[in-house]
Design a binder for this molecule. Structure first.
Ligand code: NIG
Ligand code: FE
Length: 411
């Protein structure tokens, strides 16, 4: 099966050789070809270039993309898409003056979601989550990371991870799984944090690793949740099982989580709403991708990750949704990209780089996803007729996607 897309007004994020990630000043550059073609065979990008050099190609289908922009599908490297029920009452409670922390301390928050998830069957959890997977694919996401962490018991954590695995098998979108058993302390362990960590490390982790249910390990390193010592303890144990860290740090307080992530060679450190100079400094010249989640800042009305300061210091940055029932009930990366431009003063080029190639890196997918490159997955978005790519973040709250192709298939 071959498809040829012709007369593309502008083809974005093109590369000859797959890059690992894009850092600092280079993030302002978005390589493009105006008046371009794209040729795909089955699930792969076969060729692309200027219409002036269009070779004679025998395609099964030809699509005319006059006045439309084509770019790689979004790579969403941080989500909690598998969850049960919703938490709209907490949203109202926050409007009425309670803080995220107060709600959590009253048994709401993550524990509220854990209770719902424990009571939900695996089949029902799959159905609820599949609706969200279909939703984000239509919004242009072609690869996504999904965390466990609303189970908080052996049985419920494994249930979540099996649902993630099944979603990956049943949908064309590429899904990477992360084990987040240390997301919150179950109330039975209120005064026994190390007892809960013992279970995560000695009982759940070995099974997750043995059954190959997750590639990554995560922990909520935060005041009132898990300390830097807890984080180091977990990362040390999980490294011996071959799980790579991708951790929640510096969401509300900066307590040294970034340093712990770098020390244990985390693939990414995520959230980063609170960043001290030393947190920026320690990330320089490392392989750890900082990940910002602007929809979470928007929804909770907390500070935005200081993207300008970080990129100007030479760091790379990825953008992700954090789609979850508590802090970010949205998986719309088009909104994430707009918000990054509007609130974090990222340029459209920086935001698109952050949500494509750098997002792919933060999931270990930079060789197959995140750009228009020969041999990479045929994952791309065809926009409505729009005047320029600046129109993508400019049209906030109102995406300009006409068609999404994932694995060469029209979604
Ligand atoms: O990334 N911060 C930790 N975990 C999630 C929110 C969890 C929840 O409120 O359900 C986050 O924001
Ligand atoms: Fe999160």
């Amino acid at each position: 099966m071959t498809t040829l897309i012709t007369n593309i007004k502008e083809l974005l994020q093109v590369e000859e050789q797959p890059k690992e990630m894009i850092c600092g000043k280079e993030m302002k550059v978005l390589p493009t070809i105006k008046n371009a073609f794209l040729f795909i065979e089955n699930d792969c990008i076969k060729d692309f270039g200027s219409m002036n050099n269009l070779p004679t190609l025998n395609a099964n289908t030809t699509i005319d993309a006059t006045n439309r922009i084509v770019f790689p599908t979004w790579c969403d490297s941080h989500t909690h898409i598998v969850y049960a029920g919703n938490r709209e009452q907490e949203f109202v409670d926050r409007i009425n003056g309670l803080s995220y922390e107060e709600i959590a301390n009253n048994g709401g928050g993550i524990l509220n979601s854990a209770k719902k998830l424990q009571e939900t069957s695996e089949e029902d959890l799959y159905e609820q989550s599949a609706i969200r997977i279909e939703e984000v694919m239509k919004l242009g996401t072609g690869a996504v990371e999904i965390k466990s962490g609303y189970g908080l018991t052996l049985e419920a954590e494994l249930k979540m991870l099996r649902v993630i695995k099944k979603l990956n098998e049943n949908y064309p979108i590429t899904i990477k799984a992360t084990f987040l058993g240390a997301h919150a302390l179950p109330s039975e362990f209120k005064n026994n944090k190390s007892g809960y960590l013992d279970i995560v490390i000695n009982e759940i982790l070995p099974i997750v690793a043995k059954e190959n249910l997750a590639e990554y390990i995560d922990i909520f390193c935060e005041t009132g949740y898990f300390s830097v010592n807890d984080t180091e303890r977990l990362l040390k144990a999980s490294t011996s099982y071959g799980l790579i860290p991708k951790i929640h740090v510096n969401q509300f307080t900066a307590i040294g989580g970034v340093q712990a992530g770098v020390k244990y060679k985390a693939l990414s450190v995520d959230h980063l709403e609170e960043m001290r100079d030393e947190d920026i400094e320690i990330l320089k010249n490392t392989k750890t991708m900082p990940v910002a989640l602007p929809s979470c800042s928007y929804f909770l009305s907390i500070p935005y990750t200081p993207a300008r300061k970080m990129i100007d210091a030479g760091l790379p940055l990825a953008l992700a949704s954090d789609y979850n029932p508590g802090s970010t009930p949205s998986g719309n990366i088009n909104f994430v990209v707009s918000t990054a431009c509007i609130k974090m003063k990222m340029t459209p080029e920086e935001a698109i780089n952050a949500a494509t190639i750098n997002g792919a890196y933060a999931m270990g997918l930079e060789k197959t996803h995140g750009s228009i490159c020969k041999g990479k997955k045929a994952n791309f978005i065809i926009t409505e007729k729009i005047p320029s790519y600046n129109f993508i973040p400019y049209s906030f709250g109102n995406h300009k996607i006409a068609q999404v192709y994932i694995d060469g298939k029209l979604i």
